[in-house]
Structures are given as structure tokens and as C-alpha cells.
Design a protein around this ligand. Structure first.
Ligand code: COA
Length: 159
């Protein structure tokens, strides 16, 4: 049984994340989405809201679980007995950051592997911040996020 963890802030989850997750289901038997609880990152959605949105969009995938973690990703991988960390690669700029993170993770735990999946070209420029900015400026975000995420963003802007 191959287990992969997919860590990220998911503030909020986008079609870009979902593309990586769905493709990872072909490689792993079980995937645990780790919604990072990082107090250093100023998120729009609370940890509970981010978890709920990820659960909602992946409710039809019984092999996917959603958890949170506030420590090092390598410790998270150990806690969930993961065979690998899953990461998506969009632009070349992602590579530099991912390479650095991967090297640091290897020093901290030599047994933890990272599997990189290349994004589809149509998702290569999406980020959660970009979605939030377009939404705030009243642009159409339906090509970037599922309907429930759009609804959650609409509700945030009404508050
Ligand atoms: N499609 C669309 N968007 C994507 C994407 C994809 N495939 N992959 C990443 N993104 C976006 C995210 O939405 C995010 O956008 P934002 O910056 O506008 O919010 C951005 O790209 C960065 O995403 P990511 O690289 O996943 O960063 P993150 O902040 O969401 O999560 C952790 C980073 C949690 C994996 C990392 O900080 C971590 O491992 N933290 C734990 C602490 C630790 O171990 N530190 C030592 C690391 S060596």
C-alpha cells in the first residue's frame, strides 16, 4: 500500500491542486492531503474552512483523506507513514524552491522521498493568491476553482 502526503496551504484549493491530486491517485493507493497550519502565513480562510473546502471537493474519492499538521513536513510524513511527499511543479521558479526544500528535507530525514508531478499547462499560472486577487477585483474565477470555493469566497467578501 503506497501512501503519499500532499502538503500545502490550500488557501483556497484550486483546480491546479486538484489536477495534481487526481493524477497522484494513479500512483498512490492512499493520499493524505495535509492542510498546513502555519501561523506565519496570513491566510484568508481559517484552518477549519480550508479543510472543509478540500473535503468537499474531494468527497467522491474514498482513497483521499484530509488532515492538518503544524510541524515539519518530514515529521508529518513519518507520522502518517508516508512513502513520499507529493509536490506539483508549475513554472521553472517552482523548481528552485522545490529543489531547495527537497534538499533540506533530505538532510532532516534521508528516508523521505518527494514525487514531483508537472502541472497541466492550463494550470501553470494559477495560485491561490491570484484567484483571491481576481475575485476581489470582481473577475470571473470559475475557470480556476470549483463552485463551492467560489461560493466560500463570495461569502467572505460579503462579511
Ligand atoms: N496548482 C495551483 N497552485 C499551486 C500548485 C498547483 N499545482 N502548487 C502550488 N500552488 C500555489 C499555492 O496555491 C500557493 O499559492 P499562494 O502562495 O498564492 O498561497 C503557492 O503555489 C505555493 O504553494 P505551496 O508551495 O504548496 O506553498 P504553501 O505555502 O501552500 O505550502 C508547505 C508549503 C506547507 C509545503 C511548506 O511550507 C512546508 O513544508 N511547510 C512545513 C514546514 C517545513 O517543513 N519547513 C521546512 C521545509 S524544507
Amino acid at each position: 500500500m503506497k501512501v503519499g502526503i500532499y502538503p500545502g496551504s490550500f488557501d483556497p484549493v484550486t483546480f491546479g491542486h486538484l489536477d495534481i491530486i487526481k493524477r497522484a491517485t494513479k500512483i498512490f493507493d492512499k493520499i493524505i492531503i495535509i492542510v498546513a497550519n502555519n501561523p506565519m502565513k496570513n491566510t484568508l480562510f481559517s484552518i477549519d474552512e480550508r479543510i472543509e473546502l478540500v473535503k468537499e471537493v474531494l468527497k467522491d474519492y474514498p482513497m483521499i483523506e484530509v488532515e492538518t499538521f503544524s510541524g515539519l513536513t518530514v515529521d508529518c510524513a513519518k507520522k502518517f507513514s508516508a512513502d513520499a511527499i507529493i509536490r506539483g511543479l508549475r513554472m521553472v521558479t517552482d523548481f528552485e524552491f522545490e529543489f531547495q526544500m527537497n534538499l533540506a528535507n533530505k538532510v532532516m530525514n534521508v528516508d523521505v522521498e518527494t514525487v514531483f508531478l508537472m502541472t497541466k499547462v492550463e494550470n501553470s499560472y494559477i495560485s491561490s493568491s491570484l484567484v483571491k486577487e481576481i475575485h476581489q477585483l470582481e473577475g470571473d474565477i470559475s475557470k480556476f476553482v470549483p463552485e463551492c470555493v467560489k461560493k466560500a469566497l463570495d461569502e467572505k467578501s460579503l462579511r
